[in-house]
Design a binder for this molecule. Structure first.
Ligand SMILES: Cc1cc2nc3c(=O)[nH]c(=O)nc-3n(C[C@H](O)[C@H](O)[C@H](O)COP(=O)(O)O)c2cc1C
Length: 307
């Protein structure tokens, strides 16, 4: 079963993907955090993140967030020139700032707009397109009106996170609705959501033997050994390896970001997940969140690993 690293903006950019791949196995492909395509312009930062020379480790599928076909086409062309034969369209972002502008999950109540977008875009670009989506923005049934539209286009796959946009990350995933989608979709379907342990992974594989893959986000960031644990039952948490990974990630950020504010801000975001490897996670996270300079941060990290 193919395993995907989920896109997580601010976290799973190239620095993380490369560091992850230097220290851990068990992931086959990554989808990049979304790139916006306002009037076909794309920021240097976003392009740098997907440049092939910065992504030698894991195969990468760049993701675009757009409701504007022309902008999407321009950026898709740029990505094709860079060698990306496949790109992903984000129809899942739940944040009001995005969704209220009819982007991400904000497009899900409008199958006709999705159809117009695909009709315009797919005729003009050379990349294959996959879609990462939720069940709907407001209701889990919205997807039932979208799937017939998607079925009439040559998409490479659908990655479905079975929650609605307004649910954000609350409540449970709707596995019954996911099952319906799996049978209704003509395209290969990848499952995404709440995989936190090898047994969660096995449960999804057993219940949905027809899926094409499983994508993991928060569970993998909280336990970077998860992919290896899924592959081999004897793999255990190894704090020496985890510390090496942490130090690598931290040093990479120190090399590319300017000043303690940026570097520590980044590391604090990672610790929201990494801290879950530790028994006293709440305490460790609280202490790390309060650090103001590199010395303080490093001594809290050493304390965490020696505990
Ligand atoms: C901090 C954060 C940033 C995210 N950024 C993106 C993104 O850029 N593109 C996207 O499609 N999904 C994004 N997601 C959603 C994840 O890719 C994934 O669908 C979600 O976390 C559910 O999977 P999980 O339970 O395995 O984490 C983000 C989620 C979080 C928590």
């Amino acid at each position: 079963m193919k395993r995907y690293l989920a896109p997580m903006r601010g976290l799973t950019e190239a620095v993380y993907r490369n560091a992850f791949n230097r220290h851990f196995k068990g992931i086959d492909v990554a989808v990049s955090p979304f790139i916006t395509t306002v009037s076909g312009k794309v920021s240097n930062k976003h392009i740098k993140d997907v440049l092939p020379q910065n992504n030698q480790a894991l195969p990468l599928i760049p993701q675009l967030l757009s409701k504007d076909p022309q902008g999407f086409i321009c950026v898709a062309d740029k990505l094709f020139e860079l060698g990306y034969e496949e790109i992903n369209w984000n129809l899942g972002c739940p944040y009001a700032m995005v969704a209220n502008k009819m982007r991400g999950s904000g497009l899900l109540p409008y199958p006709d707009k999705i159809e117009h977008f695909l009709e315009t875009v797919l005729a003009k670009i050379s990349n294959r397109v996959s879609i990462k989506m939720r069940l709907g923005r407001f209701h889990a049934d919205e997807i039932l009106s979208i799937l017939p539209v998607l079925n009439s286009y040559p998409l490479s796959e659908l990655i479905i996170h079975p929650r609605t946009g307004v649910q954000m990350y609350e409540g449970t995933t709707d596995l019954d609705q996911f099952e319906k989608c799996l049978f209704l979709s003509k395209h290969p379907v990848v499952y995404n959501g709440d995989i936190r342990s090898p047994s969660d992974f096995t449960m999804i594989c057993e219940r949905f033997p027809l899926i094409a893959g499983i994508m993991m986000g928060r569970g993998l960031l909280s336990n970077p050994f998860l992919g290896e644990m899924i592959e081999r039952a004897q793999v255990q948490m190894d704090f020496f390896r985890l510390k090496d990974f942490h130090d690598d990630l931290y040093n990479q950020y120190r090399n590319i970001l300017s000043g303690p504010g940026h570097v520590l801000g980044k590391m604090k975001e990672h610790w929201k997940y990494l801290s879950q490897c530790f028994e006293n996670s709440h305490h460790i996270l609280k202490r790390i969140q309060r650090t103001m300079n590199f010395n303080q941060y490093e001594s809290h990290v050493i304390a965490a690993f020696s505990s």
